[in-house]
Design a protein around this ligand. Structure first.
Ligand code: NAD
Length: 370
């Protein structure tokens, strides 16, 4: 199969679909890999590294799309890319179709095969191609929060770890899932006093066991959230209700009782945010101040650490990608029920029920297509 990767064109997106190592894995499996010149630069991979791996470099995205049977990307195709997608071509990337009707229409019209990273299911459940990005966002949330707590960045001038004789910063994590657990690991590791709230008692029990009393676990109620926020230096919003917008757990009025210069990192912003005052920001201007509280609401946090994110993403998507290239899309999808969950578009048919429901479009069972 001819496999290709293009430069991402979304604002401040520096990740790339294939690292030179992953490209080499495809080549070792007998496939040819085409890379748009410069595609890996934002992640620290120069063209000569791809050449050494045995890839063929091409000047434009159009050439790569015209040449290849499968395109491995990171972000959903944007408008200038719609017309490049060809009939029967496999588009293997994050798609998030439920958030983008124009893309859904373009993918259907192109008659391509759209396999979305975010809906592929792992053997033990879970979403293996989404998980690494949540782990990164969770870890990064504390790093970013620590920075914006510094006075020159607008925060209240507090060091997470404190020092002997001066108390540690208080970090409150809302949601004890993958993002929350990753944030706790870093915050506790940096010496902060951590409190986590969740409605899932099993998650709280698990964390209580692991940390052996070194963090506080609190059942999430509006009253408890309000109390914890009033005392917090850094708040990490990490809640998720699958398939729904994030619940607005942080009310505007709670901010009035928070310390001036405290920081909220609303990681759940990609699902609308879990604070009433959250609105999307970008890496070039990530924070704003509301009611004296510094709010960080970047929707694609992993993009900031593009080298780590590209590698973590490649670890998650490579084996599925090789399976598709080795067997062809239909056989690979037939052989792996979890991969089949990733099939959102098949040659003009919408094969992901939740997306069809959002737009009132006709749904076709993926199993009937292949
Ligand atoms: N901004 C970014 O760059 C970025 C990157 C990755 C993930 N995310 C987002 O981060 C959020 C969390 O993702 P995740 O992978 O950790 O999800 P997850 O499903 O693993 O965890 C979510 C947790 O929220 C808890 N929760 C639900 N309602 C709650 C409530 N009322 N109070 C307290 N806890 C509650 C759940 O019980 C669960 O433990 C999602 O919105 C995800 O889309 C954002």
């Amino acid at each position: 199969m001819k496999v290709g990767t293009v430069t991402e064109i979304k604002k401040h997106e520096y990740r790339v679909g294939l690292t030179p190592n992953s490209a080499k894995a495809f080549i070792d499996h007998g496939h040819a890999v085409y890379i748009q010149k410069g595609a890996g630069e934002g992640s620290g991979y120069q063209d000569d590294m791809y050449e050494q791996a045995g890839c063929i470099l091409q000047d434009t995205a159009k050439e790569v799309f015209d040449t290849c049977d499968m395109i491995v990307k990171v972000k959903e195709p944007l408008e200038p890319e719609y017309r490049l997608i060809r009939e029967n071509q496999i588009i293997y990337t994050y798609l998030h179709l439920a958030a983008d009707k124009a893309l859904t229409d373009a993918m259907l019209e192109s008659k391509c095969i759209g396999i979305a990273f975010e809906t592929i299911k792992g053997r033990n459940g879970g979403l293996p191609c989404l998980k690494p990005m949540s782990q990164i966002a969770g870890r990064l949330s504390v790093q970013e929060g620590a920075k914006y707590l510094e006075k020159p960045f607008g925060g209240r001038g507090v060091l997470l770890a404190g020092v002997p004789g001066v108390e540690r910063a208080k970090v409150v994590v809302l949601g004890a899932g993958i993002v929350g657990t990753s944030a706790i690991k870093i915050a506790a590791g940096m010496g902060a006093e951590v409190t986590v709230l969740d409605i899932n008692l099993d998650r709280l029990e698990y964390l209580e066991d692991i940390y052996q009393g070194r963090i506080n676990t609190v059942f999430s109620t509006p009253q408890h959230i309000q109390e914890c926020l009033a005392d917090a230096d850094l708040v990490i919003g990490a809640v998720l209700i699958p398939g729904a917008a994030a619940p607005k757990l942080i009310k505007r009025e709670y901010l009035k009782n928070m310390k001036k210069g405290a920081v909220i990192v609303d990681v759940a912003i990609d699902q609308g945010g879990c604070s009433e005052v959250s609105h999307v920001t970008y890496h070039d201007d990530p924070v704003y101040v509301t009611e004296g509280v510094v709010c960080y609401c970047v929707g694609n946090m992993p993009g900031a650490v593009s080298n780590t994110s590209t590698n973590a993403l490649n670890n998650a998507i490579l084996n599925y990608g090789l399976h598709i290239a080795d067997k062809g899309a239909e056989t690979a999808l037939k052989e792996d029920a979890g991969l089949l969950e990733g099939l959102n578009i098949y040659k003009g048919k919408l094969t992901y029920r939740a997306v069809a429901e959002v737009y009132g479009l006709e749904f076709t069972d993926a199993r009937a297509c292949i």
